[in-house]
Design a protein around this ligand. Structure first.
Ligand SMILES: *[C@@H]1O[C@H](CO)[C@@H](O)[C@H](O)[C@H]1NC(C)=O
Ligand SMILES: *[C@@H]1O[C@H](CO)[C@@H](O)[C@H](O)[C@H]1NC(C)=O
Length: 225
């Protein structure tokens, strides 16, 4: 009896399977459809974003470094500011304009180089540098801020691209008096050092020279004999 007991269940199992399979299939189809739709949507998104990226990557892209080239920053002495424009894009930047409004005339004397410079063209993978020289009128702290940069990313770009240079940041201008005191005292130090070391070099030299002459005389007289 036991061996036959499962028999009545068999058709039921089949029945349950035959019910389950179409149900799973619909889920499967549903999932496939969903996956397919998602796949299409994703590929459209990828295509769109790729196109956008391509558009975004098209044309010039400038990195502008503003750099102060002095070891000492001193009141009333030249400060050399260099702007390095580097084009990381894939076409030439046009009508590049660097404007630095950070050196106001009250605090700085303008010595050379345009504070509003124009570079007609910066080819891809190329550096172009521009130099400005200013002199701070007063000692004290100063925050070197960024310069503004405008350029056209390609010939037919409808608008100008706005960018900013890097910021050198906080600096301190030493007063001329302070700088002069330090510098001239060092000159005196060196002069004193030179004067003081002269005898210590001159005396051994004199000794060596006199002994050399004595030796030469000796060797000459010994040769005669
Ligand atoms: C451009 O200048 C930057 C920074 O000064 C430097 O790192 C880079 O190597 C330069 N590139 C070329 C192509 O000269
Ligand atoms: C310098 O100026 C920049 C830009 O205005 C600002 O972000 C920065 O905090 C300033 N630095 C100091 C130390 O004041």
């Amino acid at each position: 009896m036991h061996a036959h007991a499962p028999h009545p269940h068999v058709p039921q199992k089949f029945a349950s399977i035959s019910v389950v399979v179409p149900y799973r299939l619909t889920i499967l189809v549903g999932r496939m459809e969903l996956k397919f739709i998602l796949f299409i949507a994703a590929s459209i998104l990828v295509a769109v974003s790729a196109e956008e990226k391509e558009k975004e990557n098209e044309g010039a892209r400038l990195l502008v470094q503003k750099h102060v080239h002095n070891k000492y920053l001193v009141e009333n002495m030249d400060i050399i500011v260099k702007y390095t424009v580097y084009n990381t894009g894939n076409s030439a930047a046009l009508e590049v304009e660097i404007t630095d409004n950070s050196f106001d005339p009250d605090n700085f004397a303008h010595v050379s180089g345009e504070l509003n410079a124009r570079i007609d063209r910066v080819p891809p993978n190329t550096n172009v540098t521009h130099t400005v020289v200013v002199r701070p009128r007063k000692p004290g702290y100063f925050n070197f801020t960024s310069a503004e940069v405008l350029y056209r990313r390609k010939e037919d770009a409808p608008r100008l691209q706005v960018a900013a240079s890097s910021e050198p940041g906080m600096a301190f201008f030493t007063s001329y008096k302070e700088y002069d005191k330090k510098f001239s005292s060092h000159v005196i130090d060196w002069a004193a050092f030179a004067v003081m070391t002269l005898p210590s070099l001159a005396i051994p030299f004199a000794l060596w020279f006199s002994s050399k002459r004595k030796y030469e005389k000796l060797s000459k007289t010994s040769k005669k004999h």
